[in-house]
Design a protein around this ligand. Structure first.
Ligand SMILES: *[C@@H]1O[C@H](CO)[C@@H](O)[C@H](O)[C@H]1NC(C)=O
Ligand SMILES: *[C@@H]1O[C@H](CO)[C@@H](O)[C@H](O)[C@H]1NC(C)=O
Length: 273
């Protein structure tokens, strides 16, 4: 319990997002794995594994007792495919024991909700490239996750039941600045609210926008909902400020709703998002 809490604090202290450059350099140095820099980082001891996970927004680690399995080469190919996910690999019995691994396992660790997802046993034996790539894509939740038909599944599978959406056109002039402030706000609510970005420039996102009864003229907007009771609220904005996002989230957490007709239609299933 103590250890878990301590680890959580360490994770919170890391300003999320990317692999911190210094740590990345250290990992490169300690790595005695394949010289191919695109491949998974070889994690030879527990501190290396712990640092690697703590410094990555999304870390996927293959814990393999047997390196001759076909799944190992599938795992290698994933590292080429997902450039913004950090891949590590270990066959050290010390590392496997630390993570309670008793058979070949692929584990996805993510910072945003401190979640560990495992593929093991029969599931691992039946793994192929498309299944593994779907698993990683679906579960790659970040400090700010871009909405897609894949990530929405991961969002609903998270233990965190409140999601905030920024609905904005990625091509708009305000995008970069707004996103940087949105990320700052996300750090304030880490572990409490998942922050999502919805590109209103993508036609296929029209369903999400209409679910919240937002019209084109009301964008950009913030939308918040909780999966437990489908309660939701929206706020039209011109640009994102940390204070505004914080005020909107705090209000919602206190049960204050800005909209009158906040009740979603009972018959709109979540999958429709
Ligand atoms: C890990 O893999 C390396 C390289 O294949 C091998 O030399 C080593 O014996 C393995 N270690 C264990 C604990 O299986
Ligand atoms: C391994 O399992 C033990 C006992 O269930 C647990 O206390 C510990 O936190 C686990 N370690 C990790 C790294 O998950």
């Amino acid at each position: 319990m103590e250890a878990a809490r301590c680890r959580y604090l360490i994770l919170l202290l890391i300003t999320a997002c990317r692999l911190i450059p210094e740590v990345a350099a250290d990992i490169e140095e300690v790595s005695d794995g394949p010289s191919d820099t695109q491949g998974p980082i070889w994690l030879t001891d527990v501190p290396a594994a712990v640092d690697f996970i703590a410094a990555s927004e999304i870390a996927v680690i293959g814990f393999f007792q047997d390196l001759e399995r076909p799944v190992v080469s599938i795992f290698h190919s994933m590292a080429q495919h997902f450039q913004d996910v950090f891949f590590g690999m270990s066959n050290s019995s010390e590392v496997l024991a630390h993570y309670n691994i008793t058979s070949n396992t692929i584990c996805l660790f993510r910072l945003v909700d401190n979640e560990q997802l495992r593929i093991e046993g029969e599931d691992l034996e039946n793994m192929d490239t498309s299944k593994l790539s779907r698993f990683i894509e679906t579960n790659s939740l970040r400090l700010v996750t871009e909405y897609s038909p894949m990530t929405v599944l991961g969002l609903f599978n998270s233990m965190i039941e409140r999601h905030l959406l920024l609905v904005m056109n990625k091509a708009s002039a305000e995008y970069e600045e707004s996103m940087s402030r949105y990320r700052q706000a996300a750090e304030l609510f880490q572990g409490e609210i998942l922050f999502v970005f919805v590109d209103s420039g993508k036609r296929e996102n029209g369903k999400v926008i209409s679910y919240f009864k937002l019209k084109e003229s009301q964008l950009p907007a913030l939308a918040i909902y909780q999966t437990l009771d489908d309660k939701w609220d929206t706020l039209s904005i011109t640009e994102v400020t940390v204070e505004q996002v914080k005020g909107f989230c705090d209000g919602f957490l206190q049960g204050r709703l800005l909209r009158e007709d906040h009740k979603s239609e009972e018959n709109t299933p979540k999958e429709e998002l």
